[in-house]
Design a protein around this ligand. Sequence first.
Ligand code: FAD
Length: 310
Amino acid sequence: MGKVYDVIIVGGGPAGLTAAVYARKRLMTTLVLTMDIGGQVLLTEHIDNYLGYLEKSGLGLAAVFERQAREYGAEFVISEVRMVEKEGSLFRVSSTAGDFLGRAVIVTGGRKPRRLCVPGEERFLGRGVNVSLKCDPSQASGKAVAIVGGGNTALQRAEMLSTAASRIYIVHRREEFRGDEMTLVRVRKIPNVEFLLNTVIMEFRGGDSLSSVLLKNLKTGEERELKVDMVFLDIGRDIKLEYVQHLVRTNSEGRIITDKYGRTSCEGIFAAGDVTDTPYAQVIIAAGQGAAAALTAYSYVKKKPGDICY
Ligand SMILES: Cc1cc2nc3c(=O)[nH]c(=O)nc-3n(C[C@H](O)[C@H](O)[C@H](O)COP(=O)(O)OP(=O)(O)OC[C@H]3O[C@@H](n4cnc5c(N)ncnc54)[C@H](O)[C@@H]3O)c2cc1C
């Protein structure tokens, strides 16, 4: 048998990275399997409600999280987890970088971007159509960019890219925004941002890469082509748990049901952050849940189950 980690953490967002710090503080051998380091924080332009962090940059906070988790000695492997299976008293976690064994698993997979499911979307994915959480303004330099969505993600992305892009179109199927008012007020004042409300994208068009989208106004039924170089889909996130849902109980929204200790219905599997049935998707809450899950995992791995450590 290969190396057995005390704990394998799926996901490198606030929940996973905090869990990694807490697990290492308890000297558990800790492996973080994640597709990126920072999770949704990588996309957050302004973060002003994470206590103790005053710089307000999402990228900055993600970098600090990563530094701290690495400093404490967590191992990181950038990969996508495909399956978690019970193997005796251990768990086998299969990922795109291979299989790993752990005594406990903490699931912190957060959420994944939704798709529009219209013609051309798949074809231009990565060639103009973007669903990544990462947002680097230089990639939009001098370009016409459409951002689809009506929440904070879309608004903050518009704000972030407006400094580099030639023009930004916010394409939103409704008239009202879900994003917070303060951000909306700021975005409305940016001169190169145009709001296309009651509007949806019907098709993505282009040659080798995206060159335009077909828009439809839902009120008038009018269709028109809009020249754009890039489109970002910020239409929400789904929880994807194919790799573990056979082992843990989920609620009607597909979120993992946990107790206040981060325990799931499966002994040895813990969960934290947006992937759980918590009502609040916030960095500080995900981090707190990550800490709780790691402490409970420690109790599970090092002591007898049910013995909660403080
Ligand atoms: C634009 C935007 C603005 C926001 N603004 C704020 C704000 O101002 N304040 C605030 O408190 N919160 C804000 N949030 C919400 C906050 O970012 C989330 O609540 C928080 O990041 C959740 O942390 P998490 O660790 O649970 O999940 P995520 O941050 O979603 O991290 C999940 C991690 O799991 C990884 N992952 C997923 N599936 C797999 C898999 N199968 N294999 C390997 N790795 C996987 C992902 O790559 C990622 O690293 C914002 C979110 C967005 C999108």
